[in-house]
Design a binder for this molecule. Structure first.
Ligand code: ASP
Length: 439
C-alpha cells in the first residue's frame, strides 16, 4: 500500500498542529509521501504565511521597508521549530530569501517559500527525505503545467525514494525560476504525486470532516457526504461548493485513484471519499446541494422559432461577440432563455438586445435580474422516481416560485432557478425534504 498525504495550512499552522500531523503519519506505514502547505491561520484573525510573503515581497521589491514583515514570517517558523524541539536553523534560508526578494525574483518565488520552508521542517521532523518541488514539477514558458514531463521525472525520482516530503503549490519554469499554481494549489501537487507513484489512496487532510451536503452558512450542521464521484464533485464545485482545488481532480482521475478528505483535528472521522465510480448505494437520494446568486435571464420569444434552422447559433453568437459566457439555456417551443452572470451582462445589455433583434428578428426579448441557480446533484437520482416531484413540492410548501428547471440527460443534476431573495429558503427546503426526512 502506498498513500500520499497532503496537509493544508491550518493543519500545519503551529507546533501543536504539526504534532497531530506527525501522529497521523506515524500511525500508518503506508503514508510514505507527504505534501505540506505553508502554515495557515492559527485562529480567525491570524494571517496565512503565504499572504505575509506576498506582502513582504511587495514591500522589498518596491524599495519600501520590509524588515518587520520578514521577521514576523521567520518568527512563525521558529515557533514551530522550537515547539517541535528540532535541531534546525533557518538563518541561511532566510538570508537567501531576503537577497532574492531584493533582486526581484518574483512574487511566485516569494509565495512558494511558505511551502518550501514548511517542507524542510516537516522532513526534519519525520526523518523523511526532502525533495524540492522545483526539481520535479515543471511548467512551460507560458506557465502551463507540463503534466507528462512532470509525471515521468517525478515517477523516476520517487521510484528510488522510500519516503519523502515534497512541498506543495509550486514548481519551476524552463529557465529555473519558480512558478506557482493558483491559490490552494498544494491540493494539485498532492494529486500529481499520487499519480506519479500509482498511489492506492490520496489523503487530503484539512480542518473539516469532508464535504458537507450543503453550505453550513445556510443549513445548520449539514451531514457530511460519505462517498462522492468525481463527476458529482465537479458539478457541485462548479456551483460554488469548495474544499478541494478544482484542478486537483485531473491527475488522480486519470489513474482512478480515490481521494479521501480527512480532518486533522478529528482523525477518527472517516471523512469523504471521492471516487471514479461506486456501486455502493448512496445513503440519501441526493449527494449535495450547491448554488449561486447573481444571475440574469434573457428570454427570446418568436413564433415558429423551432422551424428556423440556425436560430440558436445566431443568438449565442451575439453573447460570444461580447465575450459573455452563458450558464444555462432552457428552451421551449417558441422561447429560448439564456442565463448569464448579471455582473458580466449588465454593461453589454443594450448591445445584446439590439444585436439579437438584428440577428433573428424576435417577437420579444424579456430580461429578468436577481436570480439564483441551485444545483441538486446525485447519482442516486437516476434510479429513483419522483426526485423532481419532491423538490418542487418542497419548494411549493416553502412558498417559493420556481423560475426555471433544467435537467441534464445524465440525470446527475437538476438545476433550479429562483429569485435571489428565495435562495437560502430554497436550499433549506430541498435539504429538509431529502436529508432531514431520510435521516
Ligand atoms: N499556501 C498556498 C495558499 O495559501 C497554497 C496552498 O495552501 O495550497 O494558497
Amino acid at each position: 500500500m502506498k498513500k500520499v498525504v497532503k496537509f493544508g495550512g491550518s493543519s500545519l499552522a503551529s507546533a501543536k498542529q504539526f504534532k497531530k500531523v506527525g501522529d497521523i503519519i506515524r500511525a500508518d506505514k503506508s503514508r510514505r509521501y507527504v505534501v505540506p502547505s505553508a502554515p495557515g491561520k492559527r485562529n480567525k484573525n491570524d494571517t496565512k504565511v503565504t499572504d505575509m510573503l506576498y506582502a513582504c515581497y511587495e514591500a522589498a521589491s518596491t524599495g519600501a521597508s520590509y524588515g518587520k514583515l520578514l521577521s514576523a514570517i521567520k518568527e512563525r517558523y521558529e515557533q514551530i521549530i522550537d515547539g517541535l524541539e528540532l535541531n534546525l536553523n533557518l538563518d541561511y534560508e532566510f538570508k537567501t530569501i531576503e537577497e532574492n526578494f531584493i533582486a526581484k525574483k518574483g512574487s511566485d518565488y516569494a509565495a512558494s517559500r511558505g511551502e518550501y520552508l514548511n517542507g524542510i521542517i516537516m522532513s526534519h521532523y519525520l526523518g523523511y527525505e526532502f525533495i524540492d518541488a522545483a526539481e520535479v514539477i515543471f511548467f512551460d514558458e507560458n506557465g502551463t503545467f507540463l503534466s507528462e514531463k512532470t509525471n515521468e521525472e517525478l515517477s523516476e525520482r520517487l521510484a528510488h525514494t522510500e519516503r519523502a516530503v515534497i512541498p506543495g503549490f509550486y514548481g519551476s519554469n524552463p529557465d529555473g525560476t519558480i512558478h506557482t499554481f493558483s491559490r490552494g494549489g498544494s491540493d494539485i501537487t498532492g494529486s500529481i504525486v499520487a499519480r506519479a507513484i500509482h498511489a492506492d489512496l490520496y489523503e487530503n487532510w484539512t480542518d473539516v470532516s469532508g464535504f458537507l451536503v450543503t453550505d453550513p452558512r445556510i443549513v445548520e450542521n449539514p451531514v457530511p457526504i460519505e462517498t462522492i464521484t468525481y463527476k458529482e464533485l465537479r458539478e457541485l464545485a462548479y456551483m460554488g461548493a469548495s474544499v478541494l482545488h478544482e484542478d486537483a481532480i485531473f491527475p488522480v482521475r486519470r489513474e482512478g485513484i480515490p481521494i479521501n478528505i480527512r480532518n486533522t483535528n478529528k482523525p477518527e472521522d472517516p471523512g469523504t471519499l471521492i471516487v471514479e465510480n461506486t456501486c455502493r448505494k448512496p445513503k440519501y437520494t441526493i449527494t449535495g446541494i450547491a448554488g449561486k446568486t447573481g444571475f440574469c435571464s434573457v428570454t427570446i420569444e418568436k413564433a415558429m422559432m423551432n422551424s428556423e434552422i440556425g436560430f440558436g447559433r445566431k443568438v449565442l453568437g451575439v453573447f460570444e461577440d461580447c465575450g459573455i459566457s452563458f450558464e444555462h439555456m432552457p428552451s421551449g417551443i417558441d422561447t429560448m432563455t439564456i442565463f448569464v452572470h448579471q455582473s458580466e451582462f449588465e454593461q453589454h445589455e443594450q448591445f445584446v438586445i439590439s444585436n439579437i433583434h438584428r440577428a433573428v428578428q424576435p417577437d420579444s426579448i424579456e430580461l429578468e435580474s436577481d436570480l439564483a441557480l441551485i444545483a441538486v446533484v446525485g447519482r442516486g437520482m437516476k434510479s429513483t422516481r419522483g426526485t423532481a416531484g419532491r423538490i418542487f413540492s418542497a419548494l411549493a410548501h416553502a412558498r417559493i416560485n420556481v423560475k426555471m428547471i433544467d435537467q441534464g440527460s445524465s440525470e446527475l443534476n437538476i438545476i433550479i432557478g429562483v429569485k435571489n431573495a428565495d435562495f437560502e429558503a430554497a436550499v433549506k427546503a430541498i435539504y429538509d425534504i431529502f436529508i432531514t426526512a431520510e435521516l
